[in-house]
Design a protein around this ligand. Sequence first.
Ligand code: 13P
Length: 344
Amino acid sequence: MATPSLEAVAKAMVAPGKGLLAADESTGTIEKRLAGIKVANTEENRRAYRDLLFTTKGLSQYISGVILYDETLRQKAADGTPFAELLAKNGILPGIKVDAGAKDLAFCPGEKVTEGLDNLAKRCAEYVKLGARFAKWRAVITIGVDIPSSTCISANAHALARYAAVCQQAGLVPIVEPEVLMDGNHIIHRCEEVTEWTLNAVYEALYLNRVALERSVLKPSMVISGKDCPEQAEVAEVAERTVRVLKRTVPGAVAGIMFLSGGQSDELATEHLNAMNKMSSGRLPWTLSFSYGRALQAPSLKAWKGAAANAAAGQAALLHRARMNSLACAGQYNASLEEQALAA
Ligand code: 13P
C-alpha cells in the first residue's frame, strides 16, 4: 500500500471529533506517573501499561493518533504484535517523540532549550521504517522575573523549525509544540503576552526554514493563569484569550491545532477546549482539538493501579476521557456527562 501523503496524515490527525493520546513520556517522566500509583518503573511495567492503553476497544472513535517514546515504538503488545502495527491496524496513527529533552540554556538562568537535532534525519528515517507517521518536539518557555528572554524564545523557535523541516524531508508530519509553562504566580495577561511572542517567533522561524505549514500541526499551551496566581481566570476568559492569540499568530494554512494539557486537571482541560469550540463554532481556519497526556491518562492510571485485574477499569477510564474530549472538539461537552458516567 502506498504511504499516505504528509497532508493526508496531518488531516487525519485532526479529523473531526478526534485528538491525540500523548503516551510519549520518557523513562524518567513515566517513573513519576508510575510512582503515583506505587508501581515500579520496569521495562515490563511500562510495556504493560502502554499495552492497556493501546488495546482499549473503541479508542479509534475518538483518538486519531498516539505519540510514542522510542522504547515504546520498539515494544510489542502481549500477543507479540508491535505496538505501531497494532495501532495502525486499529486505524490509529503511530507518532514518535524525537526531541532529547529540555536542557539548561547557557547564559540564561532558569531557562531551557530543547536538544535533539544531532542525527535527527537518520533517526527519523528509522522511525519511518518502524511505522511512525508523525513526530513531536516540545520546547518549554518559562515565565518568571525578567524571563522569558528573547534569547530563549529565538533559540527554541529556531530548534523547532529545524526539527520540523528535517521531519518533513524524512516523511513525518511535525507536531510543533511550544509550551508556555503554567508554573509561576503570573496573571493570565502575562501568559497571553508570552504566548503571542512565542508563536510569532515560531512561525517566523518555520517560514525561514521552509516548513510547509499544511503538513504541520501546532500543539500549543492554552492561555491560563499561573498555577500559583491567587486570581485564577474563568473558563470563558481562558477560551477568549487563547483563541485571540491563535488568530493573531497562527497562519490559516496550518493543518490543525491540538492543545497540550500542561498540568491542568483532566476535567478543566476538557472544559477549556469545549469553551473555545463553542464560542467559535466552526468559524476558525483550523480545527481546535487535543493532544493530552496527563489529562487523558490520569484517571486511567488511578483505576489500573498496576493490577492486571483492573485493566478493564483503566481502559474504561481512558475511553471516557477520550469521549469527553471528542465532544469538546464540537463544543458539545457538558460537565453533567461526568456525573452520568460515575453513576453508570
Ligand atoms: P500533557 O497533556 O500532560 O501536558 O502532555 C502532553 C505532551 O505531550 C507534553 O509534551
